[in-house]
Design a protein. Structure first.
Length: 147
């Protein structure tokens, strides 16, 4: 069972997808976890989620997925699990947070952003859940040790 969790396709394409998703999501996680990049930090983020009707446990899982899950993707460690967490987070964000149509707010003529970014992140996450992290992933090294 663990071998299937860590097995990864030997492809540079999946490596590129893993790194792109990881590096795009990580700053969002660090905003919530550490307050970097203009974020509010752990406690204030949990309080904000609570004010929006999101339970602390879900808020905690969002912070973990966006910060540690993104690091997992960057290093290719637990790629499938990290992708699952990020994919679920993006589904939740598209449904509950972003209700301003499909398109991004390019011309500043709507009250917020659309959900096209979330769809792209979900798509990449689904691909990585099925294929693994590609080349240079810690997962591939672990899979070899398990064999």
């Amino acid at each position: 069972m663990f071998e299937k969790l860590f097995y990864t396709e030997s492809s540079w394409f999946f490596t590129l997808l893993r790194l792109v998703l990881g590096f795009v999501i990580l700053p969002h996680g660090l905003q919530k976890l550490c307050g970097w990049f203009g974020g509010y930090g752990f406690s204030a983020t949990l309080d904000f989620f609570k004010s929006e009707g999101i339970p602390y446990a879900i808020g905690f899982l969002v912070i973990v997925a966006e910060s540690f899950g993104a690091l997992g993707l960057i290093f290719g460690f637990f790629t499938r699990l990290s992708s699952l967490g990020i994919g679920l987070t993006m589904i939740g964000a598209a449904i509950y947070v972003r209700k301003n149509g499909f398109f991004m707010n390019w011309f500043n003529n709507q009250t917020g952003e659309g959900f096209e970014y979330h769809i792209l992140a979900i798509g990449i996450a689904v691909i990585l859940m099925f294929t693994g992290g590609g080349q240079l992933a810690v997962d591939s090294w672990i899979a070899e040790k398990i064999k």
